[in-house]
Write a protein that binds this ligand. Sequence first.
Ligand code: PFF
Length: 456
Amino acid sequence: MTIKESTREQWSSRLIFILAATGSAVGLGNIWKFPYITGENGGGAFVLVYLLCISLIGIPIMMAEIMLGRRGRRNPVDTMRLLAAESQRSPRWAWLGWIGILAGILIMSFYSVIAGWTVDYVYEAAAGHFVGLTAETASAKFKGLLNEPWQLLFLHSLFSFMTAFVVARGVKAGLEKAVVILMPALFLLLTILVGYAATTGYFMQSLDFLFKADFSKLTANSILTALGHAFFTLSLGMGAIMMYGSYMPNNASIAKTTLIIALMDTLVALMAGMAMFPLVFANGLEVGSGPGLLFITLPIAFGEIFAGSFFGTLFFILVVFAAWTSSISLIEPGTAYLTENTRLKRSTAAYLISFIAWLLGVAVVLSFNTWSFSFPFAGTVKTDGLFDLLDILTSTFMLPLGGLAIAIFAGWVMRTEFAFQELNLPNKWFNNWYFTIRWISPALVILLFLHSLGVF
Ligand code: PFF
């Protein structure tokens, strides 16, 4: 094997690891994606399936992924190869790492385009452009942005550069400082927004929408979307969390850490929903209006509240940062692979991987305005444009299947004693986890897939 000597960095403490992994998990997936897919998929029943996926599939697989990363202490390709060898299994498991690196680049290509929109909204808020917005003018403003390819390209490039810049500097210098202040600030601001939403008179209706399960609204596709989103929002199934685990100190508890991360991630998503849906109902907006939901609802609110331009600017700055602490984890696996296996410096590797994602992102930018297409994909799933295609390909297929492979590896391929050593749990808890990762999580992923693809 051609792995450079492991003189690797480590997070300074368990708290920093929790913050960094939460920074990866909490991002556009929580604040932008969760509310709009919940709207598109009919509310409560979708949220329930999503929460079940987080608890029965996401949490056990996150423990497995962190555990593999910390034991391998390398990029995902070499970690999988090394751990397979340690248990006398096929080196082909390295493929799982490769697919992860690819998924990270594919997700990054559209993630930075959407993050670019949030950068634009920082300016819009600061310039006072939210004042007096109505449902119509807010929608028109958002559509106007999508029709400006050059502006979108500039924003996409700016965000791609910001990501590469941090990754180039390495985990400590680049990342630790950002997360310590930003995560708590985001939390606080979301709380203020939920408080404001509670004054609109539509809060109860929103809670009903979010938490009252009406299973007649649940389609086979919604179930698969909920499963995919559980992986996306927790950054699972592609080696990002494995990478972060590889920098984790040996003495930190993987189980406790995982629970905290999953809890915070879920809380932020639900709070984003509770902040946005009252505004949707109060302004007669469409719940299923798609990816523009965040960019249409919240500006209306900021236009109305006291010191709205100030709070609006602050809010969108925090969303940019939430996206930033996530995007760095998307290109970290590829960057670490190149740094650990070639003569490239870490910074060159980071810029190279970002450049590849950026190129594909240029096509995504165009797909929002000048270049649109739609075609059927995998039977029942229909895609609408390149963004949709990449989103469905990665979130709905690559991440859950990557997660399934991680579960199978941790539960069936790796020797039990290694997993036991690494997780360091009391027997009873280890057995519960082991049973779940061997049987429940894989079976659920497979069943949900077969059901959604119309097999039963
Ligand atoms: N979890 C991030 C979010 O919710 O925005 C997105 C993400 C980051 C997905 C890193 C996958 C990943 F590896």
